[in-house]
Design a protein around this ligand. Structure first.
Ligand SMILES: N[C@@H](CCC(=O)N[C@@H](CS)C(=O)NCC(=O)O)C(=O)O
Length: 207
């Protein structure tokens, strides 16, 4: 049994979607970021960065923080969604998600959605970075159905971020390969279930 410390955000959803795909037992503990629950003493003990997601694996007592590390931990433990013959290809795309897709689109949400109009420079810069991210994703998906040969944790890491395309002002139909991939993954029942497991319900954007 896995305990998942979660909030309904792209980083939280990466893990709930993988857990649903793995069809394993897990318990969700909602960390309400609006109430600053990420800063409580109890949560600080398992999250040195005071961020979700975190998992506790009750099979062996392991605690893992950072969504990329959690994806790798669970995929390796169950030997699923990480086809070993494409291991390094998958790792590269997961690291690209962690280091570029998430941080750049996360900044875009700050300057284009939550604090729109605060800084012309930051808005423009965020818009350009978001477009750059999507151009890389679209190019990759023009030659491959998924980020690696098969559906993997690389797709699971990127998809919940793309699901926020409206917040980072991306017209997704301008990136036809991303759109096709997004809609294909949206058909997976585990993705739909994993998108809303606790906290405020969000409708999944359908372009
Ligand atoms: N690099 C981290 C980022 C985690 C992260 O930014 N989590 C956000 C929600 S998506 C959070 O907990 N924010 C609370 C805060 O910053 O106070 C990961 O991928 O796990």
């Amino acid at each position: 049994m896995i305990d998942l410390y979660y909030s309904p955000t792209p980083n939280g959803r990466k893990i709930s979607i993988l857990l649903e795909e793995l069809e394993i037992d897990y318990k969700t503990i909602l960390i309400d970021l609006n109430q600053n629950e990420q800063f409580t003493d109890n949560f600080s003990k398992i999250s040195p960065t005071n961020k979700i997601p975190v998992i506790v694996d009750n099979d062996n007592g392991n605690t893992v923080f950072e969504s990329g590390a959690i994806l790798l931990y669970l995929a390796n433990k169950h030997n699923r969604f990480i086809n070993k013959s494409n291991y390094w290809e998958i790792i590269q795309w997961v690291f690209f998600q962690m280091s570029y897709v998430g941080p750049m689109l996360g900044q875009a949400h700050q300057y284009l959605y939550y604090h729109a109009g605060k800084s012309k420079f930051a808005s423009e810069r965020s818009r350009n970075y978001a477009k750059h991210v999507y151009s890389i994703l679209d190019k990759r998906l023009s030659v491959s159905e998924y980020f690696s040969n098969d559906y993997s944790i690389a797709d699971i890491s990127i998809w919940p971020w793309v699901a926020r395309f409206e917040r980072h002002e991306i017209q997704i139909d301008k990136y036809p390969n991303v759109l096709k991939w997004y809609l294909k993954i949206l058909k997976r029942p585990a993705v739909v279930k994993g998108y809303n497991i606790a906290g405020e319900f969000h409708k999944i954007p359908v372009p």
